[in-house]
Design a binder for this molecule. Structure first.
Ligand code: MSP
Length: 535
């Protein structure tokens, strides 16, 4: 049994409806997961929901529901989004599940027994909105706290703390000697800058149950619940534990309980350490500072890499439900199709910087790159083969073989290096090249001249074969369009193995299926994306 390639997303707070930002992260993770599968890796892709904590408790109260009932209802919408996005996830965790409670409690017991957790009295300021303690350093020059903290109250209470300061230098050394640990390097430099210029304060990992009861009870003192961020991070090992991963089970003494297991009759999965955690820039500190130290103290290896993506705005403004300035991914997909959404977010924004959604930008790319680019190429290539050769693939010809081979090589390394935007740009150069080939060779003119029959055969072979290769190259990003291209080519295999992008896969004599538009042209302004702010 060998270790699987384990990739995760952040788990979303269940305190509202999903928007573009949540969807973006899940799509780029899915693209990486699919690309790896296409390369032959045995991938395990995990996503899910973060359901405890004050934000969720307050959202439930404002709707007059119990937190559990509130979460159960809303979780359905979020699971539906995962499906709508075409995610190829292998598990979906909800932090209110029993398997998670057990692992969180086992992790806390282990750290407590190891002397990494201590109880102390805190006196000072607390932001309810951000569920965080504030210090004098957080005050602005006029003595007030930033409005992002909402109401700040003075508190005196006992809590449990997780020791961090004894591992600060270890973490700096680790990040310095593992340059790929945080991607891209700008984020790595920020984390190192933070660690070198600030003394780490120990992390408060409980809340008194009297003040907040929507959380996992502390196993060694029932008057406390676990801080939501400790709870949330542990999801990344809950799932390996519940799939029987021996590495994780070995450190969580006593947790190898059959009730925990979601295995059924499947063999245990070797998942830990995670290969990639994909997270947004706002939660880097939790993943690059707290999580590694937690794992180290538990005796578990660190994840191999954190991929940190930027944030989307809409029309140059922060997305916000209260101002109505949000992009609803479901409305966009309902009107334009799943692959149009996946294409736009990957093509528009490289992993790292911030992005800006505009409806005009979305429509322009749809029209130029999907409808007139890929869609037009596939449609006219297959329609001509149908019209001039009754859909029968002619003898092999290699005129576009070099272009295809070069694109394959570049796209594979782009995918491997998480340069998804670049992968798509390079694949589009091949689409443009193939569309130019149609214009330059003008098969529609050759078809009128019987003496050009063998030249026409060559062109038709190259065009049909380039469509097949493109489907394979694009499958990680545009899985349903890739499937449609294969169906229109009447191929019984799936476009999900990168090795199939080698030139010459289309057999002479093979009869293709029916061509149909992949991306119907839309001439009128979009209604769904312009009204998507109403949710
Ligand atoms: N629950 C925590 C994560 C715990 S992971 C152990 C959380 N949830 S969240 O719902 O607020 O955010 C989930 C993910 O969505 C984060 O990675 C966050 O960066 C991302 N995004 C939220 N809004 C975003 C944009 N506007 N743009 C891009 N991504 C954004 O944090």
């Amino acid at each position: 049994m060998s270790k699987r390639f384990f990739i995760t997303t952040a788990i979303d707070y269940l305190n509202g409806q999903p928007h573009l930002g949540h969807a973006y992260e899940k799509v780029i993770t899915d693209v990486i997961a699919r690309a790896r599968r296409s390369f032959g890796d045995d991938v395990f892709f995990l996503t899910g929901l973060d359901e405890h904590g004050q934000k969720v408790q307050q959202a439930a109260e404002s709707e007059g529901k119990s937190p559990q009932a509130y979460c159960d209802e809303l979780a359905k919408d979020w699971r539906a989004l995962a499906e709508k996005l075409g995610l190829s996830n292998n598990d979906f965790i909800r932090t209110t599940e029993e398997r998670h409670r057990r692992v969180v409690q086992a992790a806390l017991s282990k750290l407590h027994a190891g002397g990494h957790v201590y109880k102390a009295t805190y006196k000072g300021f607390y932001s309810t909105k951000e569920e965080t303690f504030l210090t004098e350093k957080d005050r602005r020059p006029d003595g007030t706290f930033d409005p992002c903290y909402g109401e700040v109250v003075e508190l005196e209470e006992d809590n449990y703390y997780f020791k961090l300061d004894d591992h600060q230098q270890w973490l700096i050394d680790y990040i310095e000697s593992n340059p790929d640990f945080i991607y891209p390097s700008t984020r790595r430099n920020e984390v190192l800058g933070f660690l070198k210029n600030n003394a780490l304060e120990d992390l408060c990992i409980t809340r008194p149950a009297l003040r907040l009861n929507w959380g996992i009870p502390l196993p060694f003192e029932k008057d406390f619940v676990t801080y939501v961020w400790f709870d949330a991070l542990v999801n990344y090992i809950t799932v390996p534990a519940s799939h029987g991963d021996p590495t994780v089970l070995a450190v969580l003494d006593g947790i190898a309980d059959p009730k925990l297991s979601t295995l059924g009759s499947q063999p245990p999965a070797l998942l830990w350490p995670a290969d990639i955690h994909v997270v947004g820039k706002d939660i880097v500190k939790f993943h690059a500072v707290y999580w590694p130290i937690l794992l180290k103290k538990m005796g578990l290896a660190l994840p191999k890499q954190l991929i940190v993506h930027g944030w989307w705005q809409k029309d140059g403004q922060k997305m916000s439900k209260s101002t109505g300035n949000v992009v609803d991914p479901i409305a966009v997909i309902d009107e334009w199709g799943l692959d149009a959404f996946r294409f736009y977010v990957v093509r528009e924004l490289d992993i790292g910087p911030d992005g800006n959604w505009t409806n005009a930008g979305f429509q322009a790319r749809y029209q130029a790159e999907l409808a007139n680019g890929l869609g037009n190429l596939v449609n006219r290539s297959l329609s001509m083969l149908k019209r001039y050769r009754n859909g029968v693939v002619p003898a092999r010809s290699d005129e576009l073989a070099d272009d295809a081979a070069k694109t394959l090589q570049v796209a594979v390394s782009n995918y491997r290096e998480h340069k998804l935007q670049l992968a798509v740009q390079n694949i589009w150069l091949l689409i443009t090249r193939a569309n130019q080939y149609v214009d330059q060779t003008a098969p529609f003119k050759l078809a009128k001249d019987p003496s050009q029959a063998s030249r026409l055969d060559e062109i038709l072979y190259n065009l049909a074969e380039i469509c097949r290769v493109l489907a394979v190259l694009l499958w990680p990003v545009l899985p349903s369009s890739a499937d449609k291209i294969f169906a229109q080519l009447n191929l019984s295999t799936a476009p999900d193995k990168m090795t199939a992008a080698a030139w010459g896969g289309l057999a002479p004599g093979h009869m293709i299926g029916e061509p149909s538009a992949l991306f119907p042209r839309k001439d009128q302004p979009a209604s769904a994306i312009s009204s998507s702010s109403s949710k």
